[in-house]
Write a protein that binds this ligand. Sequence first.
Ligand SMILES: O=P(O)(O)O[C@H]1O[C@H](CO)[C@@H](O)[C@H]1O
Ligand SMILES: O=c1cc[nH]c(=O)[nH]1
Length: 257
Amino acid sequence: MADKRFYHIGFGQNDLGSSPPTIALLSGDPERSHLIAQTYLQDVRVLSENRGLNSYVGYLPNGRSILSATSGMGAPSLSIVVNELVQVGIRQIIRIGTCGSIQPYIQVGSVVISSAALCRQGAAYDIAPVEYPAAADPFLTVALVKAARELKIEHYIGITASVDTFYEGQERTDSANPNLMRSLHGITEEYRRLNILNYEMECGTLFKMAGVYKFAAAAICGVVAGRTIGENIILEQRNIAVKNAIATAVNAVAEIE
Ligand SMILES: O=P(O)(O)O[C@H]1O[C@H](CO)[C@@H](O)[C@H]1O
Ligand SMILES: O=c1cc[nH]c(=O)[nH]1
């Protein structure tokens, strides 16, 4: 089993070295996983770049071994990666993502730490009943909040809407689809009134998987779109939002047991 190399992530337990990591920082974007490894980890080794699911292992200055891995976009891809990461021994996962804010007071460039998710995701139906809670691990979440406070990064804590599509599911009309279904018209305003903070596409399924598989999961997303203003990604502030999310997560894992 230990010498098994997993088909999608492209590595196995034996590739993780003599002090294998039990914690993973999981990014949607392979460039982000690379940036984390390059900027924050020492003695980094590339584990795999299979299918763009890039994974790196390295050490924090305090000697803690960390995996920086890639989920790809959306819950189906994330579910495959997370299943295989758990099989190689990962027990704590922090998603470092990007998101669109749906509350007027949450500015682009800040970060959202998800306490739970409204999970409108098809992949999650294969894992648990629809009513199954999608809740973040409280200890990892508090560690993220503490780190954001210490770094003085503008942060918000609350419920995230995790959906399967970037365009239709997030009520974007500036897209190739000329027909946004009636059921989706007004959904963002409804979520806003339900005190949901943001849209993204993975953490609902991640949190349900954590409950079922018995690992700990949390999520922090840099805000790259302000959906009370428009539909577009604000490129000028995207890098700062991502940097803020990464710095918070790395500082949090340095303090986690
Ligand atoms: O930046 P990542 O982590 O990919 O997260 C967000 O960005 C993608 C859409 O642009 C989706 O995966 C969404 O959840
Ligand atoms: O608006 C956004 C921005 C990033 N990711 C999303 O899923 N939505």
